[in-house]
Design a protein around this ligand. Structure first.
Ligand SMILES: Cc1cc2nc3c(=O)[nH]c(=O)nc-3n(C[C@H](O)[C@H](O)[C@H](O)COP(=O)(O)OP(=O)(O)OC[C@H]3O[C@@H](n4cnc5c(N)ncnc54)[C@H](O)[C@@H]3O)c2cc1C
Length: 197
């Protein structure tokens, strides 16, 4: 059956799901084409679960800016999507003078990226924070956090669908299961929607 959409997103990982969620705020008919039976069933649902602080990315890059911004927005996102995460912080451990220089440069880069709460800590403080970790010193990142991707993934696409039903957002969003094998370009029908057949 031929169906028409204003926006058709291929892939329901965290990126496709986040785009769908954002676009669901507009009055559009949106489709998410996902080859699995559920969203975030591949890398996005099985990664290490670190919410990065943003210190590791080159200053001025989009990745650095979005990582810092995304980290700051986590509390709001977690409240909206009803999932849990822990602001447990993160340590990068070092032992040598060379390690120390690298960690100091990492602190500088992180601060230039707008990351708050970065500092070098000594062995005693490292032991206090992470008793199982062995090292002479560390860089501590206060804003780094942790979540469980496999559980959290369930909230991504379902929440806007639930929201549509409960508070009547102007959204028509449908998850469609199927593998995209080819894309063909054909003249748009009147109204200019994207076709999924
Ligand atoms: C081992 C590992 C650990 C990581 N740890 C972290 C971490 O701790 N913190 C962090 O922030 N990031 C981490 N990442 C990176 C992060 O997981 C990815 O950047 C992110 O999941 C990418 O999301 P995505 O939506 O772009 O891709 P994906 O999650 O891969 O989603 C793509 C989706 O498209 C679907 N798809 C693909 N082809 C088709 C097709 N032809 N037709 C229909 N559907 C299709 C797939 O089924 C999938 O659901 C890690 C990555 C790896 C590999």
């Amino acid at each position: 059956m031929r169906q028409l959409y204003d926006v058709l997103i291929i892939g329901g990982g965290v990126v496709g799901s986040a785009i769908a969620r954002e676009m669901s705020r507009y009055s559009l008919k949106i489709g998410v084409l996902e080859k699995n039976m559920d969203v975030c069933n591949e890398t996005s649902g099985r990664n290490s679960g670190v919410i990065h602080g943003g210190f590791a990315y080159d200053t001025g890059t989009l990745k650095a800016r979005l990582c810092v911004e995304g980290n700051r927005n986590m509390e709001q996102l977690a409240a909206e999507l009803d999932f849990k995460f822990i602001r447990c912080g993160k340590v990068l451990v070092g032992n040598t003078q060379e390690d120390l220089e690298t960690l100091k440069r990492t602190v500088e880069q992180g601060e230039a990226n707008g990351v708050r709460g970065l500092k070098i800590i000594d062995k005693a403080r490292l032991h206090e924070l992470a008793p199982a970790v062995v090292g002479e010193f560390a860089m501590f990142s206060l804003t780094a956090a942790s979540w469980i991707p496999l559980i959290t993934r369930l909230h991504w696409l379902r929440t806007p669908i639930r929201t549509e039903r409960t508070i009547s957002w102007a959204m028509r969003l449908r998850p469609l299961t199927g593998t995209v094998t080819a894309i063909t370009v054909s003249p748009l029908p009147r109204g200019g929607s994207t076709a999924a057949g």
